[in-house]
Design a protein around this ligand. Structure first.
Ligand SMILES: [Zn+2]
Length: 427
């Protein structure tokens, strides 16, 4: 596909947001029928699943018909081979393959082909451009160096071209890079942005003045939002999503909730097996509408949200959801004064073979317990590697106890938290 065509995808995504809700529903229904049919005809997993449930793609005509299809759980996907979950004949060497973090379970391989990746990037850029990102903005993104990718189509055009800041770098180095770069747009893990804001305030740094700050709602509690807003004198824009489906909802400048990307996903909120009412908490269940390489139909991500029937004052047709707030006691401060954001755990543990779910608990400033739900690939060596990798990041003075457990409890909110500190920290 030419780059021009890809820019057209972005243009189309920008247009879609202003469609009327009824027009968006029509578009969504059309895409739903198509992906359901594709999944049934081209993946072994969904073919069998539909057969076992006694349903045929022709039974799925409307969004309401979706409820006829049983949920797809992570556990179920884990038991499949990758080949049975992706489309027949897919050339994996031409695909973009990532893994889920493991904070909510054993990592899963997620496959996007080029077309899905292009579409996903266009959807992602939509919220950025709507909130102030320009073609040639100086844009800095906090990321995981393990996941730096080759330049994207739009970056080859030298537009929408961010620099990457590794979250593993010491804060001083991040500040040094950003002071020189002078980002207009700051983007990435909310926890990393919070740590940056704290350092900027503490050291009275004048050179980092983004006009727009985007966070991913790994952890956005009201205090963190207020704090980041006050340090950078912005109204930060929060994003929501997951590794499997990328960005799925976002805030506009009105901050009335999160606009759901309904031209990319169907997002259901399920409470006791039924659709949750507006304002009621429900487990999020996704149907992806564009990834024909690895379809996900009624996929439960084990996260919680609240559907909303409010209309956003901005006038966009994309419907709204609300989020359950995160908590800020996931940061860990160690004896040398450094503070680590919870995302560190996800990034470290993703590299360890055989780790299912995990949770890191800071018991004392210098003592961290790492609870691990193991799968077959987990070995003594993997436990040793966890200790090694954590000490490499935090220093050898930190004691790390790895404990294999049967299960990790969810929080009362329904969320799984991968990191909790029982030690207060100085800001
Ligand atoms: Zn809005």
């Amino acid at each position: 596909m030419s780059s021009l065509n890809k820019l057209r995808l972005l243009h189309q995504a920008q247009k879609n947001q202003w469609l009327k809700p009824s027009e968006l529903e029509e578009l969504q229904t059309k895409k739903l029928r198509s992906i359901v049919k594709h999944a049934y005809e081209n993946t072994e997993f969904y073919h069998k699943k539909f057969k076992a449930a006694g349903i045929h793609p022709d039974d799925i005509r409307t969004l309401n018909d979706l409820s006829k299809i049983p949920f797809t759980t992570k556990e179920e996907l884990r038991q499949q081979t990758l080949e049975s979950r992706v489309s027949r004949g897919l050339d994996l060497s031409q695909c973009h393959v990532t893994e889920t973090s493991g904070s909510t379970g054993i990592p899963l391989k997620i496959v996007y082909d080029e077309a899905a990746d292009d579409f996903s990037k266009a959807i992602n850029l939509r919220s950025h451009t709507e909130n102030g990102l320009k073609l040639r903005s100086r844009w800095a993104v906090f990321g995981d160096p393990h996941h730096y990718q080759k330049p994207r189509w739009f970056q080859k055009l030298r537009i929408f071209n961010p620099i990457q800041i590794s979250v593993f770098e010491p804060i001083e180095k991040q500040i040094d890079t950003l002071s020189k770069f002078k980002p207009e747009v700051l983007d990435g893990y909310t926890s990393s942005i919070r740590l940056l804001a704290e350092a900027v305030e503490k050291n009275d740094i004048k050179d980092i003045n983004p006009k727009v700050v985007f966070g991913t709602s790994e952890l956005l509690d009201p205090d963190t939002r207020k704090y980041i807003n006050s340090v950078f004198d912005v109204e930060m824009i929060d994003h929501f999503g997951c590794v499997e489906l990328n960005r799925t909802a976002w805030e506009c400048g009105e901050h009335a909730g999160y606009h759901i990307d309904v031209d990319a996903v169907v997002m259901e909120f399920i409470s006791d097996g039924e659709a949750a009412d507006p304002g009621e908490r429900g487990e999020i269940v996704y149907t992806g509408l564009y990834n024909y390489a690895m379809p996900l139909i009624r996929y439960s991500i084990e996260d919680v949200g609240v559907p909303s029937d409010e209309v956003c004052p901005c006038g966009r047709g994309l419907p709204l959801m609300k989020l359950i707030e995160g908590r800020s006691d996931s940061f860990m401060q160690i004896p040398d004064g450094r503070i680590f954001s919870p995302i560190i755990w996800t990034l470290i543990m993703r590299q360890i073979p055989g780790v299912g779910q995990f949770k890191a608990i800071q018991e004392r400033k210098d003592l961290i317990r790492v609870l691990v739900v193991r799968d077959q690939a987990f070995t003594e060596a993997a436990a040793g590697q966890i200790v090694h990798d954590v000490q490499e990041v935090m220093g050898e003075g930190i004691h790390v106890d790895v404990e294999v457990v049967e299960e990790i409890q969810k929080e009362p909110s329904g969320k799984v938290r991968c990191a909790v500190s029982k030690v207060g920290r100085a800001i």
